[in-house]
Design a protein around this ligand. Structure first.
Ligand SMILES: [Mg+2]
Length: 428
């Protein structure tokens, strides 16, 4: 399974993967496999270990280790105890987050938007599972829930005129020139590798609320207030990061609008053109930027750049999310009112192939994107903590799109996982 850490142009490792897969499938097909090997082989065939979510693997491993002859009972009990203690911590966070979302959802009154508190928190937990990263986890989960509401507004509800107004309000803002004599500005320039003078989107323009369709005003207020809170919750260098996230949020709104415009004009982009826009509208550039918040000690200037610029790692994550989302949507036949044609349909039309053929081709593009991510990891060993956080985002995609379905939107498959992660203690 280590072969799955391959980069581009490593045909020997590709061969090793298909050979191993072939033999594992034969072993599985022959029956007679005993636990824990049977379970391990099933999981490895479903998802290669480097792409599996570690907290879930931990649960499997504790069970399997307990079946090994000569295992250390004390060690295992301690591991279980730690897991159970952490469940309490995260369940409490989840409760706080759910209460926050319940208030927001009730206040904004946008009943067409997906109401997904647990799923949003879970997505954040896949990216940040360490106990101490509570601030990062909460900010990520909150922005995630807010961006889904924005996505659903553009896709499901707003007319094209309303979409343009919403985007105009979100783009409005006051850019402040930070004067060089301002306290700490030289330090800030050093932290963010920026030449003076520095322009920052200081705040969204509250008067832009007058531009908005009536039903979105409360959402807009919520957005402004929450970003103000995020700024207040982080330290000095973190504030700049929140401002950059705000900028990415604005860009995401512009990408959503562009998709709405395409759909409105019945415009049929080429596959390449579609992927260029829909990689960005996958929200990954914004999500990658959020990974830098709340952990100032590991996010150096270089690490910050890696996560916040639209470079190969961020775009690879974006493509994996876009393609897996579109394959799931295609398989389920789900289509929102304003959804532009998906990448699957776009590929089918352009190459005159069936859905299955298009998916097979897109699957191989997804594999290429994993190679790109592995390459980034090899190229930046000194930035590993930050790169790993971006990798966690990539790992979150097969976690939520397991078996070609969208578990964020239809989360039945997640119920058991949520129970194991946050509710039911492991028996000791
Ligand atoms: Mg959308």
């Amino acid at each position: 399974m280590a072969a799955h850490l391959l980069i581009h142009d490593e045909p020997e490792l590709e061969e090793a993967i298909s050979l191993a897969r072939h033999h594992l499938e034969l072993m599985r097909g022959g029956g007679g496999l005993k636990p824990p090997l049977a379970g391990q082989i099933n999981r490895a065939l479903d998802l290669p270990l480097p792409r599996a979510y570690k907290r879930i693997e931990t649960l499997h491993y504790m069970l399997e280790y307990g079946q090994e002859e000569g295992h250390n009972v004390d060690l295992l009990d301690l591991a279980k105890l730690e897991f159970n203690l952490l469940q309490h911590v995260h369940l409490k966070e989840l409760r706080n987050f759910s209460q926050w979302w319940k208030n927001i959802y009730g206040y904004v009154q946008l009943s067409y938007a997906r109401d997904r508190a647990v799923e949003s928190y879970l997505w954040s937990y896949v990216v940040f599972y360490e106990k101490d990263l509570v601030l990062s986890r909460m900010i990520f989960a909150k922005i995630f829930a807010l961006l889904v509401t924005m996505d659903d507004t553009y896709d499901d509800y707003a007319t094209i005129e309303e979409s343009r107004k919403l985007n105009e309000a979100i783009q409005s803002g006051r850019y402040n020139l930070i004067p060089p004599y301002q306290t700490n500005v030289l330090m800030l320039a050093k932290v963010i590798s920026c030449k003076l003078p520095i322009f920052l989107l200081d705040r969204w323009d509250e008067s832009a609320i007058s531009l908005l369709p009536e039903y979105t005003t409360k959402f807009y207020n919520t957005l402004l207030n929450n970003f103000k809170e995020f700024e207040a919750q982080v330290d000095f260098s973190g504030q700049y990061r929140v401002l950059r996230i705000k900028k990415e949020f604005q860009k995401l709104s512009a990408y959503y609008l562009q998709e709405a415009e395409w759909s409105h004009q019945n415009y049929k982009p080429s596959f390449k053109e579609h992927v260029a826009l829909s990689t960005l509208s996958s929200s990954m550039p914004l999500l990658c930027a959020i990974t830098t918040v709340g952990q100032d000690d590991v996010v150096t200037r270089e690490a910050f750049e890696l996560a916040t610029q639209h470079n190969s790692a961020v775009l690879a994550c974006g493509k994996i999310l876009r393609f897996m989302n579109d394959i799931a949507a295609f398989k389920s036949g789900r289509k929102n009112k304003g959804d532009a044609t998906s990448t699957v349909e776009c590929y089918m039309n352009e190459h005159k192939v069936t859905g299955e053929e298009a998916i097979a081709r897109i699957d191989s593009i997804i594999e290429d994107e994993w190679k790109t991510l592995n390459e980034v990891r090899c190229e930046h060993p000194q930035l590993l903590p930050a790169v790993q956080r971006v990798m966690n985002l990539a790992i979150s995609v097969p976690f939520f799109y397991n078996k070609r379905s969208d578990s964020y939107t239809s989360s039945k498959y997640l119920h058991k996982i949520v129970e194991c992660l946050f509710v039911t203690p492991i028996p000791i």
